[in-house]
Design a protein around this ligand. Sequence first.
Ligand code: UDP
Ligand code: MN
Length: 304
Amino acid sequence: MKLNVTLIQRVSVGFILTWLIYQIYTTITRTDGQVDLTPWLAPIVWEGTFNPKLIDSIYKQQNITVAMTVFALGKYTVFLQDFLESAEQHFFVGFRVHYYVFTDHPEKVPDVKLGGERKLILMTVNSSSRWQEMSLGRMKRLEMLIESGLVNDADYLFSLDVDTKFYGRWGAETLGDLIGVIHAWYYSSPCVLFPYERRPESQAFIPYSEGDYYYGGAVLGGSVKCVYQLAKSCREQLDIDAAKSIEAAWQEESHLNKYFLYNKPSKLLSPEYSWDDQKTKPREIKIIRFSQVLKNYAEVRPNT
Ligand code: UDP
Ligand code: MN
């Protein structure tokens, strides 16, 4: 009996010591951040890597206009209220912002009160019956919008998913020529596990030997010129696939990943800028700024 207690005590002490050593080790070695430069020396924007006031003041001096496109087709208009209201609280506050809202139900666009120098331009489009088309059509519409000259007054352009909400600041730190966001589910995965399109028949094909990040399809941005090149190129690749009746694994996200592999973004946004409400916040994520909200697929998509 006495021997048993001693054994339990020894095991417990051993366990506590191991735990303590582990805690000390992780505290010493933890940088609390992630890597904040890509191998091609593009910054990766994490909380703590920039001074928000300073960076905003630099761009305010330049009197810039930020355009944002958002698509709310079919039943996705339900997301607009929260999306726009939260954008008013967090997205380029104090800047001139032009929202281009694409919808097939203009009557369902909520009347959200916008701050000074901010306006919403309603873009009415035809309905589609498949959600894949509504999502895939975004590149074409983005390309056409820029060709129409409507966004000529903008310096930067973002295209964002609507089934989302802003929870934190999104400001001038996100500006650059070509902007992509690191996907919340893959920022710590090895490249071979990325869900790139792996079938060589698709234009979005990326072999297992290639790739650097897995980018989320919910966010893209940059200068109007760079976003135009991206949208045009992705639309062309999507058309080639469509002619062959191939749909890439993650639709336009797959094509976006292919584009970014050969046209490296000049700045990457950390997953803080495209989180997922389904995913609990780990220690290394200090702030969630923008996140996919939970959606009932059966309710919002006409087909699944
Ligand atoms: N979308 C839409 N109506 C639809 C399906 C998609 O307006 O019926 C747009 C919307 O902007 C949405 C984006 O396409 O945020 C991408 O689709 P979704 O969010 O469903 O893709 P996921 O983020 O789930 O991959
Ligand atoms: Mn989405």
